[in-house]
Design a binder for this molecule. Structure first.
Ligand code: DHB
Length: 310
């Protein structure tokens, strides 16, 4: 049984897509909804539709992917409309709405729209998009993060969480957790891509993707140890009322098992889902069940957060 929960929200499978992957159109979202995933999240929305960066803007790598999509999306209204219809059709499958404003004002305006709507799922405030030229990631600016969350939670009352970039220093975990613990967050999602990597085509000595001189977020197997460390570090520092979503480097059931050991209540899949399609959820589900069976576990709660250390 892969049942899990975040706050009052119940899911019958721990797996879902990572925002950005196969969640751009209503057709893609419908495909995710019909897959074995326990739930889904929409493409990070801005207020207005955006076309994003020039192509090529995604490339497969030996151990993952690089992308600089630049926040192409259909605009908040499109995804909110999808979510409102979805919750009517699937009252027992809470959905996530991802929001990524390019300014504090845009984030607050979108939050007001959601607050005033009938949306009854979870909102993922994305503080970690690395790909829009001239727009630094909020999640790497602690004062800014404090300010955004203070303004947001001055009026926003719906269940919400944040998507964070990877951190690499224990002092960053301490500082970010101290900020997050001041707010009524339901979840923290770690991690977004490893921001601004670079890969080169050996035939042509050319950067693999076009935007930003070839710089882009790294996903896939490269990210697994960083994702595990971020989930673990936050699970040790956050108020236990704040659940963790583990994202990064899942290519098989054992990877998901590891994120859950580190403290994750849900597991998001990005690069693998892009490459394999929604059938990936069928394989991951089977593989995670097999690992659990070998270990003698019947439920996610039997091993969630039970990482052993020397
Ligand atoms: C994009 C990439 C991200 O990692 C993210 O969090 C949001 C948007 C993008 O390039 O579209």
């Amino acid at each position: 049984d892969l049942h899990t929960s975040i706050d009052k929200f119940q899911f019958d499978n721990v797996f879902m897509n990572a925002s950005g992957v196969r969640c751009y159109t209503k057709d893609e979202l419908d495909e995710l909804a019909q897959s074995d995933a326990g739930t889904l999240v929409t493409k990070s929305a801005t207020q207005a539709k955006r076309l994003g960066n020039p192509s090529p803007r995604y490339a497969r790598l030996e151990l993952g992917s690089i992308n600089s999509m630049g926040l192409p999306n259909e605009g908040l209204e499109y995804y909110l409309d999808y979510a409102l219809n979805f919750q009517k059709a699937h009252p027992d499958k809470p959905i996530f709405l991802s929001v990524a404003g390019l300014s504090m004002e845009e984030n607050l305006a979108m939050a007001h729209t959601i607050e005033d709507s009938d949306f009854n799922g979870l909102v993922e405030f994305n503080l970690s998009c690395p790909n829009v030229p001239g727009k630094p990631q909020t999640g790497y600016d602690f004062d800014r993060t404090q300010e955004v969350l203070t303004n947001l939670f001055s009026f926003f009352t719906k269940p919400a969480g944040v998507k964070l970039p990877p951190y690499f220093d224990l002092a960053q975990f301490d500082q970010m957790a101290a900020i997050l613990n001041q707010f009524p967050l339901k979840f923290v999602n770690s991690i977004n891509s490893l921001g601004n990597g670079l890969m080169i085509d050996p035939e042509t000595d050319t950067a693999l993707i076009k935007p930003k001189g070839g710089f882009g977020g790294i996903g896939g197997a490269y990210t697994k140890p960083i994702a595990l460390a971020n989930v673990r570090a936050f699970s040790q520092r956050l108020d236990p009322k704040i659940q963790l979503i583990g994202t990064g480097g899942v290519t098989n059931g054992r990877d998901a098992y590891d994120l859950i050991l580190a403290g994750a209540s849900l597991v998001q899949v990005g690069t693998l889902l892009q490459e394999e399609g929604p059938a990936a959820f069928t394989r991951l589900t089977r593989e995670l069940r097999a690992v659990m069976q070998t270990k003698g576990y019947n439920a996610i709660s039997d091993f969630k957060g039970q990482l052993k250390v020397l």
